[in-house]
Ligand binder design. Structure first.
Ligand SMILES: CC(C)(COP(=O)(O)OP(=O)(O)OC[C@H]1O[C@@H](n2cnc3c(N)ncnc32)[C@H](O)[C@@H]1OP(=O)(O)O)[C@@H](O)C(=O)NCCC(=O)NCCS
Length: 167
């Protein structure tokens, strides 16, 4: 895993997380909200230079609470690297299953999770804004390595270079 991906401890990381969250979601989480969330028992976060993941561990389950990569830095492998890092740590900590919620219209996230082996485990109707359904996805841990569907080989989850167009 890249040395650029680190556990979030420092106060300075919170502004990065808040900035990327605001650029990625309709309802931005403030630094104060993130600080409070990260103090909740079992909650862990990892940050890359332009992305982050927050998850919660409870008993033998892990839940992804938030994941985002800055808009101009997507499709370079950071999202997969962040999920893989969190899943590896969760598995080492005793988690056997990882869960998350994703909006039905969020095709990029659904494609990422599909590639990593997540499958639909349920649905919350009108969960987002009283309108859009949330899909509950789950995967057994450890996650499968990120496979390349265009080839028969398996590729690593290391982020790629900066040579690709962003979304
Ligand atoms: C979802 C998100 C985190 C993905 O991050 P990312 O760094 O772009 O993802 P990766 O580069 O690791 O993508 C890995 C694979 O996921 C799939 N994928 C990711 N984005 C995709 C897109 N826009 N369209 C189709 N497939 C996509 C592809 O299979 C991709 O592999 P490939 O690039 O070799 O084809 C990013 O789009 C994001 O921050 N979105 C806004 C916030 C959000 O929706 N978070 C998830 C909430 S549940």
């Amino acid at each position: 895993m890249s040395g650029e991906l680190h556990a979030v401890h420092a106060e300075s990381d919170l502004s990065l997380l808040a900035r990327i969250h605001a650029a990625s979601f309709d309802e931005a989480w403030s630094e104060a909200a993130l600080r409070g969330l990260l103090k909740t028992p079992g909650t862990l976060a990892f940050a890359a230079p332009d992305g982050f993941i927050i998850m919660r561990l409870a008993s033998d389950e892990a839940e992804i609470l938030s994941l985002a990569v800055a808009p101009g830095r997507r499709r370079r492998g950071w999202g997969a690297a962040l999920v893989s890092k969190a899943a590896t740590l969760a598995h080492r900590s005793g988690a056997r299953t990882m869960f998350l919620e994703v909006a039905t219209s969020n095709e990029p996230a659904r494609a990422l999770y599909r590639r990593l082996g997540f499958a639909e485990a349920g649905r919350r109707r009108a969960y987002y804004g009283g309108k859009e359904d949330a899909l509950i996805l789950s995967a057994n841990l450890p996650l499968m390595p990120l496979g390349n569907p265009k080839a028969s080989t398996t590729v690593a989850t290391q982020p790629r270079g900066n040579d690709r167009d962003a979304d």
